[in-house]
Write a protein that binds this ligand. Structure first.
Ligand code: GDP
Ligand code: GDP
Length: 438
């Protein structure tokens, strides 16, 4: 599981600037998908090989007793509770305030690994200006400039060292490629535990214990029709003995971690509620993670023909960015429509882990170009030369050539369509990257 780092501090110290700096590489990928709603407070980041989740917590006033600041304080406490390490941000230019002292007191009491950083420290060559921050009783002060990107790497080094990790830790777990890691995601009450318990009660499904896993292990290995799976606990869902139980609280972090460690995510929606903002957010996280997706609209038994039609249209518009995923209509309670979902999961997994050889990709690329040339941009006409596979789950196709920065989004979509058709890719995002050779 990816470690979680929470940014905490009073308003205006530069937390969101730091957040943006930490998450910027991933943001670039997300920007390619139009119409995607994103919760700005959670993001993916990388420190060397180590991938982690960052939470930006807004302004924190631990002593606030009412209004918006109390709500923000509540959310900050939850974020801190879910974090492995806290980065407490203060303002190197503004100096210490009473609020900083309140936050420090709160964090000291909590006893969670905490790293103190003084932002806006660009141009501060000696440490003298920072000595006052030692008053906070949180040890060493680490100067950074979020705006200029200074000191970030050593801050992360210290932060991860405090939890025994480093940039050489690879969060990509090695795992048996024949086992499909499956997460069932969805907001509370869509029917996740009902569905999983229906599955686990099926005779065709054989649960087995992996050596070394405990009773409350976070995954359940099982086999169905000769295919091995590992079911991952998700937000609001915990294994209790032989059955899964829904727990009260929904946690974005747990959802993110489960999605990230899966190969395929089954996103469950509730037909009686339609697509809510929370559904769209979860769908956005799945898309960003690059995982394969199967969509299932549960409680199909509880809606009439008219509502069904409305729902289908609503999904097509609100979750348009997941149009590569197959939609299934199911009833976990009545055990209807469940068979095809297994087929779709296997198909999504095959698509996500497909192997595409350089000669075949290059031939397809050149055929596509022959069919339709990329548009000229001023003096430049992009020249697409060859392509190779750059990754799996999600599959990435890297196109090489000249002036490729002028290739339009619509041309990339055209290429994507050709590749998808040829390799019969369903249920997985496909990323196309352009590499201009100089
Ligand atoms: P937040 O409320 O803690 O999320 O703070 P913001 O990220 O919104 O930043 C507050 C202000 O500080 C903005 O005007 C930023 O441009 C500025 N700021 C952020 N980081 C730096 C920095 O490293 N140096 C300087 N000089 N200003 C910064
Ligand atoms: P979770 O929070 O996502 O795990 O949701 P639960 O599995 O606890 O289900 C929430 C509620 O929806 C329960 O009252 C279930 O009985 C009900 N439910 C689950 N699946 C279905 C279904 O297929 N049809 C109908 N009508 N109700 C369902």
């Amino acid at each position: 599981m990816k470690p979680v780092l929470a940014l905490v501090g009073r308003p205006n110290v530069g937390k969101s600037t730091l957040f943006n700096r930490l998450t910027k590489t991933r943001d670039a990928i997300v920007a390619d998908f139009a119409g995607l709603t994103r919760d700005r407070h959670y993001g993916n980041a990388k420190h060397g090989k180590l991938e982690f989740i960052v939470i930006d917590t807004g302004g924190f006033e631990p002593t606030a007793e009412s209004g918006i600041y109390m709500e923000m304080a509540k959310q900050t406490r939850q974020a801190v509770a879910e974090a492995d390490v806290v980065v407490f941000v203060v303002d190197a230019r503004g100096g210490l305030t009473a609020q900083d002292h309140d936050i420090a007191k709160y964090l000291r009491k909590l006893g969670k690994p905490t790293v103190l950083t003084a932002n806006k420290a660009e141009g501060m060559t000696d440490g003298v200006q920072l000595t006052e921050f030692y008053e906070l009783g949180l040890g060493e002060v680490h100067p950074v400039s979020a705006a200029h990107g200074q000191g970030i790497r050593s801050l992360l080094e210290v932060a991860f060292e405090s939890i025994g990790m480093s940039e050489d830790d690879d969060t990509e777990e090695d795992h048996d490629p024949t086992v499909i890691k499956l997460a069932v995601a969805g907001r509370p009450n869509v029917g996740k535990s009902t569905l999983i318990n229906t599955w686990l009660g099926e005779e065709r499904l054989v649960a087995f214990d992996l050596p070394g896993t405990t009773r409350d292990a976070i995954t359940v290995p099982f086999e169905r029709g000769g295919q091995k799976f590992e079911l991952i606990d998700t937000a609001g869902l915990r294994r209790k003995g032989k059955v899964f139980e829904a727990i009260e609280k929904f946690s974005v972090v747990k959802t993110l971690q489960a999605i990230e460690s899966a190969n395929v995510v089954l996103l469950l929606l509730d037909a009686t509620q339609g697509v809510t903002d929370q559904d769209a957010h979860i769908a956005g996280y799945i898309l960003e993670s690059g995982r394969a997706v199967v969509l299932a609209l549960n409680k199909w038994d509880a809606v009439d023909a008219y509502q069904r039609e409305q729902l289908q249209r609503q999904i097509e518009t609100r979750l348009a960015f997941l149009k590569f995923a197959k939609l299934h209509f199911i009833s976990a309670i009545k055990r209807q429509g469940l068979g095809p979902v297994w087929g779709a999961i296997a198909e999504a997994h095959r698509s996500a882990t497909v192997k595409m050889s350089t000669p075949v990709l290059t031939r397809l690329l050149l055929e596509a170009v022959q069919f339709q040339q990329p548009k000229r941009a001023g003096m430049f006409r992009p020249k697409l030369r060859y392509a190779h596979q750059g990754g799996m789950n999600p599959p990435v196709i890297v196109v090489h050539g000249n002036s490729l920065e002028h290739v339009t989004e619509s041309y990339k979509r055209f290429l994507e369509g050709r590749f998808r058709k040829e390799f019969n890719l369903v249920g997985t995002p496909l990323r196309i990257e352009m590499k201009t050779s100089k």
